[in-house]
Design a protein around this ligand. Structure first.
Ligand code: SAH
Length: 213
């Protein structure tokens, strides 16, 4: 696990590119220039780690585009100490971004091998999420609910009701909704039964799948 000045230079360029693409949240940009994304990828992709691309990780899954990670993170408006649920741990890169923003992260992944790998990997970089579990994103994490923010990092065919139920009043859910391509949705919970819904452009994610054991 090596991190060099060259990697740092590439990260700074990546953060600059993402800012030119319209991300304005300085804390998000700082997180991108700080986190060694190349270590989240297979070493054969190392040279590409700081391009704005998605890459394969284990179990046919992908690490999301840096722009997508930044876009979702910015929407969440994380404040230090926010309790955040992430659906789709994957490589753990988005988890690391949330933690750099000061969130207390609970994250679940339905691919067992990815879950096991990432649970061991994040602490090696100094990231200790509150909870890393093998679970089904359609159900959320009822035992730890409610959350200030929930982020879904896979394309959901519909908005799972349990996720809406697990946001605090005043909290936010960010979720890409759709089958082939997805529209980024943001739900703000305004009361026990009321939500404000915003649609924020088209993205492409791997699908949110039913739980597999
Ligand atoms: N946040 C990740 C993105 C990974 S891609 C990263 O930064 O690398 C989306 C992830 O969601 C994949 O790892 C996939 O296995 C996982 N996933 C798909 N369906 C899921 C479900 N129902 N519950 C939890 N995780 C799921």
């Amino acid at each position: 696990m090596k991190d060099t000045l060259k990697h740092q230079g590439l990260r700074n360029q990546l953060a600059k590119l993402i800012s030119e693409m319209g991300i304005t949240d300085k804390n998000v940009l700082n997180a991108l220039s700080k986190i060694p994304r190349h270590l989240f990828l297979d070493s054969s992709f190392e040279d590409f780690a700081y391009k704005n691309q998605a890459f394969p990780i284990l179990a046919d899954q992908t690490i999301s585009h840096p722009y997508t990670v930044a876009f979702q993170s910015q929407l969440l408006e994380i404040k230090r100490g926010d309790k955040v649920l992430e659906i789709g741990t994957g490589s753990g890169y988005q988890t690391a971004v949330l933690m750099e923003l000061g969130a207390e992260v609970y994250t679940i992944e339905r691919q067992n091998e990815l879950f096991k790998k990432t649970k061991l990997f994040l602490p090696k970089l100094g990231y200790w999420p509150k909870y890393v579990g093998f679970g089904d994103g359609y159900k959320g994490l009822p035992n730890y609910a409610p959350f200030d923010k929930i982020i879904v990092t896979a394309g959901a065919p519909f908005v799972p009701k349990p996720l809406l139920a697990q946001i605090k009043i005043g909290g936010t859910l960010v979720i890409p909704v759709g089958e082939e391509t997805q529209i980024m949705h943001m739900y703000k919970r305004t009361g026990m039964k009321s939500f404000e819904k915003h649609e924020l452009g088209e993205f492409k994610f791997v699908p949110l799948l039913e739980k597999k054991n």
